[in-house]
Design a protein around this ligand. Structure first.
Ligand SMILES: C[S@@+](CC[C@H](N)C(=O)[O-])C[C@H]1O[C@@H](n2cnc3c(N)ncnc32)[C@H](O)[C@@H]1O
Length: 263
């Protein structure tokens, strides 16, 4: 992490392969040093464009990006969720893009769950700059803990309308099992969007959402589900849309909850 004032001046960190090396705070310096900073205030699209500029000119950021982002905003326009949840917020790119779409389509809230408090702080700053404070909330903590708190403790969420899963591929399936256990996946309503299912890939998640209820009942017997209680009886319909991104071919899985079917 940069140690200003001895750190290099804004946006001069060299390109590195990994995130979380100081570039996320450097992004904030870059944005606030832009000559057009005044035009960015209250303008989500301009904030998104400025993050894209930093990503293409200085350091790679692990944002959903323009192409997959447009795919998701089209789904938001089609389904018009009142509340949308995200697992994995990073610097707030998707929270700003999707929060803006939620607001434009008459929705109320975009809840972005982010484990790392440092990048969550960056996201909060950028959400504020974009003028989305009333729509976007950044919730800091591990996804499973925050989801339990939202549903069980605070009873703020009684159903998932739309969720964007974009944290760590190994957690996609256990967090889906948690949503099943919490009983917030509603047939005819809930839509799950999972990013990066081709690259780096989320085979365990895809196995679950593409299986029949009978196959899932068998899977549950074989898999280590820990302390979770998956619901294999939920009927899912999943399509994987493929995209050419700057990093190569990737896919977003769209899963609609269709019904419930017991043995
Ligand atoms: C690919 S980035 C998210 C990108 C963001 N959705 C966007 O498109 O702008 C993944 C993020 O998930 C966060 N993350 C990893 N494990 C997590 C967990 N268990 N709970 C919440 N966030 C987590 C990481 O800290 C990282 O910021």
């Amino acid at each position: 992490m940069s140690n200003r004032p001895n750190a290099p001046p804004a946006h001069t960190l060299g390109p590195k392969a990994l995130a979380l090396d100081g570039r996320e705070v450097d992004l904030l310096h870059y944005i606030h040093n832009r000559p057009d900073i005044k035009q960015l205030r209250g303008n989500p699209q301009k904030v998104i464009a400025a993050i894209d500029d930093y990503h293409s000119e200085f350091n790679i950021l692990m944002n959903v990006g323009a192409v997959k982002g447009a795919f998701v905003t089209d789904l938001i326009a089609e389904r018009k969720p009142s509340v949308m949840i995200e697992l994995g917020g990073y610097v707030g790119y998707s929270a700003i893009l999707f929060g803006d779409a939620i607001r434009a389509n008459g929705g109320k809230q975009f809840l972005s769950i982010e484990k790392n408090p440092e990048v969550a702080a960056v996201a909060n700053q950028l959400v504020d700059l974009a003028g989305l404070r009333d729509t976007v909330r950044i919730l800091v903590g591990p996804s499973d803990e925050v989801l339990r708190e939202l549903v069980r403790d605070r009873k703020e969420i009684t159903q998932v309308e739309m969720i964007f899963i974009d944290h760590w591929q190994k957690l996609y399936r256990p967090d889906l099992w948690l949503l099943e256990e919490l009983d917030v996946l509603i047939p005819g309503t809930s839509v799950l969007l999972a990013d990066n299912v081709i690259m780096p890939g989320a085979p365990e998640y895809l196995e679950w959402v593409q299986a029949t209820t009978g196959q899932k009942r068998e899977l549950v017997k074989k898999l280590d589900v820990g302390s979770l209680t998956p619901n294999p009886n939920l009927v899912y319909e999943t399509t994987v849309s493929e995209f050419d991104t700057t990093f190569g071919k990737d896919g977003v899985a769209v899963t609609r909850v269709m019904g419930e079917q017991s043995a």
